[in-house]
Design a protein around this ligand. Structure first.
Ligand code: ACO
Length: 374
């Protein structure tokens, strides 16, 4: 019988760290220096002086647009609305977003290769879908998103949820959050979108797959857990004991650590400023700032060999809470914002046109006979 030859000289890298799987000109994620640039522009500048809808143009088209123009509105089609109405009200809003994008893709039959116009449509669809589901589960009818065409994509999300013109300070804060979350190199969900595109599948399928990858707590699912963590700590006096006990149980502190950044995540620094400007709940923000100091000190003690610093999710949770989103809408908001990065990468991938297909090292049993039927 044939036996499987041992494989010599192959190293398995199950987390793919250090593997370069694409060339990109969309963003630079500099983990050593703690820098994030979108097509050369620094994230702090973009969050303070840009707008999300302009960043979408930058990511999709390559250059900073001369004018700040909101994206065209994407109305809910009957297929999307029907799919959302058919979901149980207990469904996770992120699953509702994935379902809405899937129904939209089934109706549109987008085809290959993807285009920047398709990308704009999918980005603009997000607020309408998330807002409609948030209302339907509360027994309310969705509002007409076209009434909010004057707002940017982030402001439209607030409008689609509440049915009211959003407070300008909250819309601005959410817009800065969207800017900060729009793109981040070859993270797990973006890689998923590129893998799907590399098979010459359509853009809606790439976004559906990316939403699925974002859902996990090691990627996009952390900000609501940051909130739970701060709620449990409750007071900075309890922080040291609470954190020591959590680390002793082998738990991870939510909002800390990153695969790439060995310094503070530059997005966390930008979002802390957004949270300070929004000043929605000064005591809550102060608790976060104080707990962060304790957590950084104890993480340095706990893992001196790893640089475990604050990541984007930490202050994202303060901003999203400050603009009034319910915790189960945090990750959907992240997904709507990140649709810009996913689709920009899908466009880049389709231009490169190479199927992504790594190998696996087989470690199962040798060839063997099928057991005789009983
Ligand atoms: N708290 C406590 N310990 C941690 C943390 C943390 N937040 N992060 C990493 N560690 C420890 C791990 O337990 C591990 O210890 P070990 O070597 O004894 O097993 C070591 O540091 C290395 O951890 P890895 O999982 O190998 O690091 P990786 O690069 O894969 O993880 C990740 C990055 C997933 C973000 C991790 O830091 C984490 O789980 N953080 C908490 C969850 C979180 O904040 N997620 C949001 C990430 S940001 C984003 O995706 C948008």
């Amino acid at each position: 019988m044939a036996t499987i030859a041992p494989v010599v000289g192959i190293t398995v890298n199950s987390g793919l760290e250090g593997v370069v799987a694409a060339e990109t000109s969309i963003s630079l994620v500099d983990g050593q220096a703690g820098r994030l640039l979108y097509r050369g522009y620094e994230i702090g500048d973009l969050a303070a002086h840009g707008s999300y809808d302009r960043v979408v143009a930058l990511l999709l088209d390559g250059e900073w647009p001369a004018r700040d123009q909101p994206l065209p509105v994407a109305n809910l089609t009957p297929a999307v609305l029907g799919a959302l109405r058919n979901l149980p009200t207990s469904a996770a809003p992120l699953d509702a977003l994935r379902t809405g994008v899937s129904a939209f893709g089934a109706e549109r039959r987008m085809g290959y290769p993807p285009s920047a116009d398709q990308a704009r449509e999918l980005i603009a669809l997000g607020p309408a879908v998330v807002g409609a589901f948030a209302r339907l589960r509360d027994g309310k009818e969705p509002v007409d998103i076209a009434e909010a065409a004057h707002l940017g994509v982030a402001g439209r999300l607030l409008y689609a949820i509440s049915g009211e013109e959003p407070d300008p300070a909250k819309a601005r804060a959410l817009d800065a959050y969207f800017t900060v979350c729009a793109e981040h190199g070859l993270n797990a969900s973006t890689f998923t979108a590129r893998v799907i595109t590399s098979t010459q599948s359509d853009l809606a399928s790439a976004v559906c797959g990316a939403v699925g990858a974002l859902k996990g707590r090691l990627h996009g699912g952390a900000p609501s857990e940051v909130r739970d963590q701060l709620t449990q700590i409750g007071d900075v006096e309890h922080a040291e004991q609470w954190i020591r006990e959590a680390l002793a149980r082998g738990e991870r502190l939510m909002g800390f650590g990153h695969r790439i950044y060995k310094t503070m995540d530059p997005r966390a620094a930008a979002l802390r400023q957004v949270a300070e400007r929004l000043a929605a709940d000064a005591a809550w923000l102060q608790l976060a700032i104080d707990v962060e100091d304790v957590a950084l000190r104890l993480l340095a003690e706990h893992k001196p060999e790893r640089a475990l610093k604050t990541n984007v999710e930490y202050y994202a949770s303060i901003v999203l809470d400050g603009v009034g989103l319910l915790t189960d809408l945090y990750t959907p908001a992240f997904a709507v914002a990140r649709t810009a990065g996913w689709t920009a990468h899908a466009l880049e991938q389709s231009a490169q046109g190479r199927l992504i297909r790594p190998d696996a090292l087989y470690v199962g049993p040798d060839q063997r006979p099928l057991p005789a039927a009983a």
